[in-house]
Ligand binder design. Structure first.
Ligand code: ZN
Length: 155
């Protein structure tokens, strides 16, 4: 008998940790495997406003006062990162480069097309971000893609 009805869905707390890449490798692959076959949980993942964004480089400069008006500095960088598609879901991670970043979004250089409208997770050295792909334009040997990041989250 197919055991589809027996399968436990991923609970929201675990989805949040999954997004933040804070689960063990074992739990992560279990969730990867589940999400690969369960659109219900993929949708739950996509709805979570726990989509997070924390970046050590940005928060370091803001340590002084929380009262200061939030600005949106754009940092120029050229950092390697990996991207995973969350919706539509794929367990594959692609290597990309982050060209610049602000609190609201980032720009990447990718070799594969990131479909506008898809939800992705970007893992950088000090941070994890989730966001929607806004645009993707062809360039030499690849694409520039703009990503609107969800919710800012200071670590
Ligand atoms: Zn599920």
């Amino acid at each position: 008998m197919p055991q589809a009805e027996q399968i436990e869905h991923v609970d929201e707390k675990d989805l949040a940790l999954y997004l933040k890449a804070q689960l063990s490798e074992e739990s992560t692959s279990a969730i990867d495997a589940h999400l690969g076959g369960c659109q219900i949980c993929v949708n739950k993942l996509a709805e979570q406003d726990v989509c997070l964004w924390y970046l050590a480089e940005l928060t370091a400069d803001k340590s002084a006062s929380d009262g200061e008006k939030r600005r949106h500095p754009r940092l120029a960088m050229d950092e390697p990162a990996t991207v995973q598609m969350l919706n539509p879901f794929s367990i594959d991670e692609w290597d990309v480069r982050i060209l610049d970043v602000s609190e609201g979004g980032l720009r990447t250089y990718t070799q594969q097309l990131l479909m506008p409208g898809s939800l992705i997770r970007v893992k950088m050295k000090f941070s994890v971000a989730c966001g929607d792909v806004r645009y993707s334009v062809p360039t030499d040997n690849g694409f520039y893609a703009g990503v609107r990041l969800h919710d800012y989250f200071a670590h």
